[in-house]
Design a protein around this ligand. Structure first.
Ligand code: BES
Ligand code: ZN
Ligand code: ZN
Length: 497
């Protein structure tokens, strides 16, 4: 999809659809809406008066052959309160416009930003909305919706000095959203099409194309390095595990003492629960238990293009969690790469096991600041539903940076507490720690504490994306399926360091 700036006055733009957004302040058409209203002979004011055009959030009004405009259609999208319209709302409106028009076989449109909105970050948000909004999951459908595509989008409203900001925003937004869609494609792959080995191959292909350094450790190397926690999960499957390492080094090099970010992503390509097996109902969704890993790999793809001034090491432990004859059993004691011993009381709490070795390895490779992302707990769905990502941190300054990056990127994230009291829940009876809490409740927090034990003193953030990495019901701005949540925030965090 091509995204370009459009310079003509709104009424003169020839396009299949001219799109803009309107507010619900009942003040009648103003600014750019007044310009459109005048060209169209008072159409907007009339619709507003009749009650058809209210501007309430995501209300859609489609007008065919609007008199006075060169556009074949005029699409007006409600934006709600004028003072609440920001990048987050524009991203959503952009995606709604794209999905609405695409479903009606419209192939190109021009989106006009309103007065005072022609900023770089808004252009970025719009490009993200168009590209991420275009994502579909029809790879394995024989009958593709052949006529449903948009191949060209214009953005109007950037003139003179605003043009270069607009271009920059479009470029950045496209890079980020394409990386997000790359991650979503990986997440959507079923487990028979995406084993740990296949994930590693795909990561390797991406990294080579993007000019990133990549190394994949096979089961032998993983055993040589004594990654006992990862191996314990993998031992129940005939599919061997992989440890994927992708490194981004800034072209200008790094100064000694500069921070090195370690991104660690859980990639369980299928989670049956192992011997502590999950119920059959809904188990098919456990193909997305590698969303954290895929998201981290997608971030590396974006960084290769954005070239920030910070070194980033991405570590993705990849395995299946299966109940095979060689599977680990409740009560088994494993030794992690760090040397800590772990009592595995529930084989379904496997994400924290593979992250234990992932986090330790990332530190060993030189990471000074860690972020992990994982579909770690069902409990996070109880706490935050599918709305917020659960955030846990060992260092408030580092966590605050993440939270402000999330705000800027328009991703909802909420910090949960990490009091020492919760740490007691995972003290082991027969080993150093146990992989589930013995207290009641706090399941997401004890999961986070388990990983933190391996981060030690290194500033560390854990993102529990179990509730947010998969969208169960299609929304006007979002396809059903993988969301790629976390990618935009972490790209923002890294590029702002
Ligand atoms: N992959 C699951 C968590 C999950 C649940 C992801 C729902 C997406 C949607 C994880 O490995 C798991 O099974 N966690 C257990 C932990 C428990 C045994 C302490 C859980 O949440 O039930
Ligand atoms: Zn599990
Ligand atoms: Zn899992």
């Amino acid at each position: 999809m091509q995204i370009t700036l459009e310079q003509k006055p709104l009424a003169a733009i020839e396009t299949e659809a001219l799109v803009t957004y309107v507010f619900d302040d009942n003040e009648g058409p103003q600014g750019r809406a007044a310009e459109l209203d005048q060209a169209a002979g008072g159409l907007l004011a009339r619709l507003n008066k009749s009650g058809e055009l209210t501007g309430k959030s995501l209300e859609i009004t489609l007008i065919h052959a609007p008199a006075g405009l060169k556009a074949a259609r005029l699409l007006l999208i409600g934006a709600g309160k004028r003072e609440q319209v920001n990048g987050t709302m524009l991203r959503k409106i952009a995606a709604v416009a794209l999905r609405y028009l695409k479903s009606r076989s419209v192939h190109n449109f021009v989106f006009a930003v309103r007065e005072n909105a022609a900023t770089e970050s808004n252009a970025q948000a719009l490009a993200e909305g168009f590209v991420a909004g275009d994502f579909e999951t029809d790879k394995y459908k024989s009958e593709k919706k052949k006529d449903k595509f948009v191949d060209a989008v214009g953005i109007a409203g950037y003139s003179g000095t605003e043009k270069s900001a607009g271009e920059k925003g479009i470029t950045r937004g496209r890079i980020i959203a394409e990386a997000q869609n790359f991650a979503r494609d990986l997440i959507n792959e079923p487990s028979n099409k995406l084993t740990p080995r296949i994930l590693a191959d795909k990561a390797q292909v991406m990294a080579k194309e993007a000019g990133l350094a990549v190394e994949v450790l096979d089961e032998q190397k993983i055993a040589d390095l004594k990654m006992g926690a990862l191996l314990s999960v993998a031992q129940g499957s005939v599919e061997p595990p992989r440890m994927i390492v992708i490194t981004y080094t800034p072209p200008q090099g790094t100064k000694p003492g500069a921070p090195v970010v370690g991104l660690v992503g859980k990639a369980v390509t299928f989670d049956t629960g192992g011997i502590s097996i999950k119920p059959a109902d809904g188990m098919e969704k456990m193909k997305y238990d590698m969303a954290g890993g895929a998201t981290m790999i997608g971030i590396m793809r974006a960084l290769a293009a954005l070239k920030p001034n910070v070194k980033v090491i991405c570590v993705v432990p990849a395995t299946e969690n299966m109940p095979g004859g060689k599977a680990q059993k409740p009560g088994d004691i494993q030794t992690a790469m760090s040397g800590k011993t772990i009592e595995v009381l529930n084989t379904d709490a496997e994400g924290r096991l593979i992250l234990a070795d992932g986090v330790h390895f990332a530190k060993q490779l030189g990471a000074t600041h860690l972020v992990d992302a994982a579909t770690l707990t069902g409990a996070i769905v109880v706490a935050l539903a599918n709305v917020n990502v659960g955030v846990f941190g060992s260092d408030q300054a580092w966590t605050d940076k993440l939270l402000s990056s999330a705000k800027e990127a328009g991703e909802k994230m909420w910090q949960l507490p990490m009091d020492e009291e919760y740490r007691d829940f995972i003290k082991g009876s027969f080993a150093d720690i146990q992989n589930i809490g013995s207290g009641k409740g706090g399941g997401s927090i004890t999961g986070a504490w388990f990983i933190r034990e391996f981060a030690g003193d290194t500033p560390w953030i854990h993102l529990d994306i179990a509730g947010t990495a998969w969208n169960d019901d299609a929304k006007p701005w979002l396809a059903k399926g993988p969301t790629g949540v976390g990618l935009r925030t972490l790209v923002q965090l890294i590029t702002s360091l």
